[in-house]
Design a protein around this ligand. Structure first.
Ligand code: 38R
Length: 495
């Protein structure tokens, strides 16, 4: 941490805090996720799970892990810093995102989900807070603390609690055989929110959520209904039977027709009937008017530009990185393409600075929580640019880069394979990954008014860098808010 200057806090959750920091030597701006040091295993479990996923998977629409270290017994994950989140944009554009921008974001978000699903990973906490957006409009899925490999036949998932508003009915009812469709449901909820500015199923308890699902989406399937009837949590509660329009466009009249079709395909009560990420990517919403053909080269160009900009900013002897930073702040939300043509050719030094290294620190005194960190060492060094290039080459079908330890034994390590010196080496290039948290109990009653936690967040979040942003949208933090008033309310708070 001595190597970094702290610029401020950008996030806080049950896992710990996220700080925006600047590397003292290179000037690189990073986001450091600092996990709480907790006697309970849960935080370390989330951290090691996140590291494990980040180690294995790399994609241009997943956030990149730069390094991992432990200091004062706390696990630190150092990520590339990405400008803002979708939630920030929704707070800015309170009636939803403009349709062209929306389509570009959704395409990238679904690409990331498709990549995970192709690798049998479910994210389990897709929500606006977990989608980062760069200034040039590249989106990156983050927070892999809840991500997990798909269970095999007969395997049962252990309990976890995703953010309530985006939770699929089978999760609320604790059906143990859920899978990829839970991410598709969350996507459906998030798409509506991104298009309209209003969360689709804001809810204050599990029962409240189920009630809203039945009112706004559809009646439970017989299987889910039988779990509901047997559940002691919902003892004596009867859910209404509701008639819903069969037609997607009637059901979601505020959405563009093709987007309504897509959302309808995501928000099916029966998980087996939900659309797959693959079919989403090939949905007419994206294929119409040559969008994919036009957007893929644009995305590729943006990625290259950002890679160049990164290496440019990391090169300490390039003058006035601060001007770039200032520019970065000025163009916040502008989403304009950065013109990089003046950057010229990369030097070898610049190229080198693209390597992402995992520095494994010697861990003293930690008990039982270090095994995953230890495994991080002996990883070979890859070039990030290579990964970017590979990703470009395969575009819609990027395969994960699994980083295998080389066979040779590094003489500077101890018996456990741990580096004796911090910063001694143990470098590797990292892929991206993510996860989130949100452990709220589920008791409730239908009459608990829903309050919009965003208002609480907004009150905490200030315009300048380095202010607290709470991402917990499950908290009941204030007075009842109704859908369309939220925007006005938010703007009143803003002004
Ligand atoms: C920002 C910008 C503004 N707010 N994050 C992803 C890492 C990251 C975050 N890289 N760049 C950012 N940029 C941990 C925020 N807030 C934020 C976003 C996501 C806070 C927490 C999380 C969830 C992963 C997590 C930092 N983890």
């Amino acid at each position: 941490m001595e190597m970094y200057e702290t610029l401020g806090k950008v996030g806080e959750g049950s896992y710990g805090t996220v700080m925006k920091c600047k590397h003292k030597d290179t000037g690189q701006i990073v986001a450091i996720k600092i996990f709480y040091e907790k006697p309970e295993k849960s935080v370390n479990k989330i951290a090691t799970r996140e590291i494990k996923f980040l180690k294995q998977f790399r994609h241009e629409n997943l956030v990149n892990l730069i390094e991992v270290f432990k200091q004062k017994r706390k696990i630190h994950l150092v990520f590339e810093f990405i400008d803002h989140t979708i939630l920030d944009e929704l707070q800015h554009y309170c009636h939803g995102l403009e349709s062209k921008r929306l389509r570009k974001y959704l395409f990238q978000i679904i690409r990331a989900v498709d990549y995970l699903h192709n690798n049998n990973i479910i994210h389990r906490d897709i929500k606006p807070e977990n989608i980062l957006v760069s200034q040039s409009g590249i989106t990156k899925l983050c927070d892999f603390g809840f991500a997990r490999t798909l269970a095999g036949p007969g395997d049962i998932y252990t309990d976890y609690v995703a953010t309530r508003w985006y939770r699929a009915p089978e999760l609320v009812l604790k059906d143990t055989s859920y899978g990829k469709p839970v991410d598709i449901w969350a996507l459906g909820c998030m798409i509506i929110e991104m298009a309209t500015g209003n969360p689709h199923l804001p809810s204050s308890s599990d029962l409240d959520l189920l009630h809203r699902i039945v009112l706004k989406v559809g009646n439970l399937t017989p299987h889910l209904q039988s779990i509901f009837a047997k559940s002691p949590i919902f003892d004596g509660v009867i859910l209404p039977q509701v008639q819903h329009p069969q037609n997607a466009r009637k059901k979601y009249p505020k959405l563009n027709g093709l987007l309504a079709d897509m959302v309808h395909a995501c928000l099916q009560i029966d998980p087996a009937e939900r659309i797959s990420s693959h079919d989403l990517l090939h949905h007419e919403y994206f294929t119409r008017d040559g969008f994919v053909e036009k957007f893929l080269p644009e995305l590729r160009a943006k990625l290259l530009q950002e890679a160049k900009l990164n290496s440019f900013m990391k090169t300490k002897d390039i003058p006035k990185e601060n001007e770039l930073m200032r520019e970065e702040r000025k163009t916040n939300f502008n989403n304009t393409m950065i013109n990089n043509s003046h950057f010229g050719k990369e030097t070898e030094k610049e190229k080198k600075s693209k390597d992402i290294r995992i520095r494994v620190f010697k861990i003293k005194g930690g008990k039982g929580d270090t095994s995953e960190l230890k495994k991080l060492e002996y990883e070979s060094v890859h070039r990030q640019q290579d990964a970017i290039d590979n990703a470009h080459a395969t575009c819609l079908d990027t395969k994960p880069v699994i980083i295998e330890p080389p066979n040779s034994v590094n003489p500077s390590t101890n018996a456990n394979g741990m580096k004796e010196d911090s910063y001694a080496g143990g470098c590797m290039i990292m892929p991206p990954i993510n996860l989130t948290n949100n452990l709220m109990a589920a008791n409730s009653n239908l009459n608990i008014p829903y309050s919009n936690p965003r208002l609480g967040e907004r009150a905490k979040k200030k315009q300048t860098t380095g202010q607290v942003i709470s991402n917990n949208r499950q908290e009941d933090t204030g007075p009842t808010q109704g859908g369309d008033d939220l925007c006005e309310e938010r703007n009143l708070k803003r002004n």
